[in-house]
Design a protein around this ligand. Structure first.
Ligand code: CMC
Length: 430
């Protein structure tokens, strides 16, 4: 970060010089860390619309151009040529792995897929109709009660083991949450299968008959995982970083990330988008729905559309749309009504002034649900699958943060608008 220029802020005639930091990509950043000490003022930016909360070398997004890079590599190239565990290794370690490094990485993840047998009891404590995200928040948080040898964040070996455990066990936990919710027995992981196939196996196999994973479906699942792996300082990642800044253990931090991801403005949008497509039902009902979205009193949003950073197509949505066509083709699903509604909805929205003016485009959640539903997942599993995929992003950012010598506890300030100091009034005098 070169620091050669400064910005001048003038407050009541007093001038403050603020360093300007230049990133390798993206807009310059005004460094306000010393502003309060120098000028006795805070900055105000709820929602962090103009504020960088950290520096990072993991992921870059150019929202105007619709570009997403992981460690410099475009997401389109990774989606076409790489696979999920290779992307995990890239995100965690900074470079594409050599064949030996990749083999070792895959072996280590594969050897950590089982969860402590006693953790099965946790699942049984939940109601069967619990949302799998609720179960995952609880069970992942509870990992801190089981894996005491990977809780010490000051020990680099323990940090590494925690990272592998989380990446390896998250599919097992998500699949168990699903199996429990439908009353089927848990299916143990199979280490002879690749990451995506093993996840599909744990979700869809039953002890009563053999289950063969379709390689094309497995490849589509692997691509979904890749497309969700990281997305720089989004709400759940920032939640993980904030939780971790206090020194909390990795399992507690990731449980916090899962809780944040669940919201419909974030990862919960994939479930909400599919439910919206179902509610619309047929293309002829789209104009009425669009009218509701544009009505400021309705509180209805076009789910799977819009993004804080992308003011252009989300590059992940383009790959996802193509994948939806491929998967439905493979499954012999002709004229899937939801896909028809989605494509027509996208076409109409992209020609509508409301969406054009606000630069609202389809995001990653618009088409993913159609693929997941075609694979046989209920809508309640869409966000857990996002959580499985995003775990590596959370862990990579957590690891980067802990290695940062400038790490400080995250502690925003506020614009206080409440009462000034006043005297307590006894209850009988109020
Ligand atoms: N449908 C209708 N109007 C929208 C939408 C939408 N999906 N998104 C934004 N707008 C409007 C919003 O009403 C506002 O209009 P106005 O200026 O007239 O008040 C304007 O666009 C700016 O919206 P905002 O809420 O200030 O934008 P934001 O950057 O704070 O919100 C967002 C970003 C993703 C939360 C929002 O676009 C949204 O709610 N989208 C639907 C939910 C969704 O698909 N979320 C997934 C995001 S991508 C994956 C992930 O992060 O997990």
């Amino acid at each position: 970060m070169a620091e050669t220029r400064t910005a001048t802020l003038s407050i009541d005639g007093k001038e403050v010089q603020l360093p300007i930091l230049s990133p390798t990509e993206g807009p310059d950043v005004v460094d306000i860390r010393k502003l309060y000490a120098q000028a006795d003022v805070f900055t105000y930016d709820p929602g962090f619309t103009s504020t960088a909360a950290c520096d990072s070398t993991i992921t870059f997004i150019d929202g105007d151009a619709g570009i997403l890079l992981h460690r410099g590599y475009p997401i389109e190239q990774l989606a076409a040529k790489s696979h999920y565990l290779e992307v995990c290794s890239l995100l965690l370690n900074g470079e594409l792995p050599t064949p030996d490094e990749l083999e070792k990485f895959e072996n280590t993840v594969t050897r950590h897929t089982m969860i402590h047998e006693q953790m099965h009891n946790f699942f049984r404590g939940f109601r069967r109709d619990a949302h799998p995200m609720a179960t995952m928040v609880g069970v992942v948080g509870a990992m801190s009660a089981f894996y005491h040898d990977s809780l010490d964040i000051n020990n680099s070996r323990q940090r590494e083991i925690a990272a592998f455990r989380l990446i390896a066990k998250m599919p097992t936990i998500a699949a168990m949450a699903y199996k429990y919710s439908i009353g089927q027995p848990f299916v143990y992981p199979r280490n002879d299968l690749d990451y995506a196939s093993n996840f599909l196996h744990m979700c869809f196999a039953v002890p009563a008959e053999p289950y063969d994973v379709n390689p094309t479906i497995s490849r589509a699942m692997d691509r979904i995982l890749m497309l969700h792996a990281d997305h720089e300082q989004n709400a759940s990642t920032s939640t993980v970083r904030l939780a971790s800044s206090s020194g909390a253990n990795p399992f507690a931090c990731i449980a916090a990330g899962i809780a944040c991801l669940w919201g419909p403005a974030h990862g919960g949008a994939n479930q909400a988008a599919l439910e919206m497509l179902r509610e619309i039902g047929t293309p002829d009902r789209i104009p009425d729905f669009i009218a509701k979205v544009k009505d400021k009193n309705s509180n209805v949003r076009l789910m799977g559309f819009g993004h804080r950073v992308y003011k252009n197509f989300d590059p992940r949505a383009k790959v996802m749309k193509q994948s939806a066509d491929e998967v439905l083709d493979l499954l012999g699903v002709k004229d899937n009504p939801l896909l028809q509604v989605a494509k027509e909805l996208e076409r109409i929205a992209l020609e509508d002034d409301y969406f054009i003016q606000r630069k609202l485009y389809p995001n990653v959640d618009f088409y993913s649900g159609i693929i997941l539903e075609a694979m046989g997942f209920p809508t309640s599993m869409f966000t857990p699958i996002f959580a499985v995929a995003r775990t590596v992003g959370w862990i990579s950012q957590w690891k980067e943060q802990l290695a940062d010598p400038q790490l400080k506890i995250g502690r925003p300030r506020q614009l206080y608008m409440g009462s000034s100091m006043r005297d307590y009034v006894e209850v009988e005098n109020r």
